[in-house]
Design a protein around this ligand. Structure first.
Ligand SMILES: Nc1ncnc2c1ncn2[C@@H]1O[C@H](COP(=O)(O)OP(=O)(O)O)[C@@H](O)[C@H]1O
Ligand SMILES: [Mg+2]
Length: 269
């Protein structure tokens, strides 16, 4: 297992990229995460599922470095991760989308996607203000990456449209585009399909699979819809009331009685 494994659909998964060790997270008296351990392996699509309030978003925030766990340790690429600021996380190759869309509504799709390149900017504000050669070359290179991502996600036709004018499903896709523009090694998606209609969900599913396939991006996603999880993910962590109650392939967790009782037995939304 240490060198990886072969998925049910025959893909090669590599070694551990991210390891969560005995993570506990408290907000005052609320214990959002209780002593959870699991890992994420290179190239895999790892899902976190569970009822509302289970602690999934909190966990994604620990993985992204946005929350510092109250107890436990996070290992990333083999070393213990110190407390980091958001831009440092981005430089480590981690990008994310949010449960509630976080885009600049008044800006165009292209400009929003360009903000995903901020962590790749080396020139300083002075060089940019003077529009120096370095700043210009950087701008061109960054624009090329942004345009490539826009093509990949099939949103060329709306590249100049202000985000505020887009339907929900496309906004979610623009948010994915911005995350991809950072060229992440680890992509974190918080309920990428929530609130979408069937067609939008199918599109998003396809794009997530394509990203993993085309760029080899490791993906950790939170999802409610068990059907989607079955289709997409290689391994699943199941959370309930801040605890981990299951961890395995979709088929393994689907047949786990504790998971059936806690998660599949109750209705959502
Ligand atoms: N910033 C916060 N401050 C206080 N409590 C929080 C905060 N974020 C989450 N919680 C609490 O932690 C628990 C888990 O929330 P969350 O991680 O959002 O669950 P999920 O994403 O699975 O729905 C909930 O009880 C929630 O109210
Ligand atoms: Mg959540």
């Amino acid at each position: 297992m240490d060198d990886g494994y072969i998925t049910e659909d025959g893909r090669k998964i590599g070694g551990v990229v991210m390891e969560m060790k005995n993570i506990t997270l408290r907000f005052g008296g609320v214990v959002a995460i209780k002593d959870i351990s699991f890992d994420i392996r290179e190239g895999e699509i790892r899902a976190i599922i569970g009822p509302n309030g289970a602690g999934k978003s909190s966990m994604l925030n620990v993985i992204s470095g946005f929350y510092i766990p109250s107890e436990g340790e996070v290992f990333y690429k083999g070393s213990k991760r110190p407390q980091m600021r958001p831009f440092e996380v981005a430089r480590q190759g981690i990008a994310r989308t949010f449960q509630n869309i976080a885009l600049f509504e008044g800006m165009s799709v292209l400009d929003n996607v360009m903000t995903g390149r901020l962590n790749h900017m080396q020139s300083n504000l002075f060089q940019q203000a003077l529009w120096s050669g370095k700043a210009e070359r950087e701008e061109t290179a960054n624009r090329e990456v942004a345009e490539k991502v826009i093509d990949f996600l099939e949103i060329q036709h709306i590249r100049k449209t202000p985000v505020s004018r887009l339907p929900y499903g496309l906004k979610k896709r623009v948010e994915l585009a911005r995350a991809l523009a950072a060229e992440p090694q680890l992509l974190l998606l918080d309920e990428p399909m929530a609130g979408m209609n069937v067609e939008e969900k199918e599109d998003m599913c396809r794009f997530i699979l394509d990203v993993n396939d085309e760029f080899g991006t490791t993906i950790c996603l939170i999802e409610h819809d068990m059907g989607v999880v079955m289709d997409l993910s290689d391994r699943v962590v199941v959370m309930d009331y801040g605890k981990k109650i299951g961890d395995g392939t979709p088929n393994e967790v689907r047949n786990n009685q504790e998971v059936i009782d806690a998660y599949l037995g109750v209705s959502h939304d």
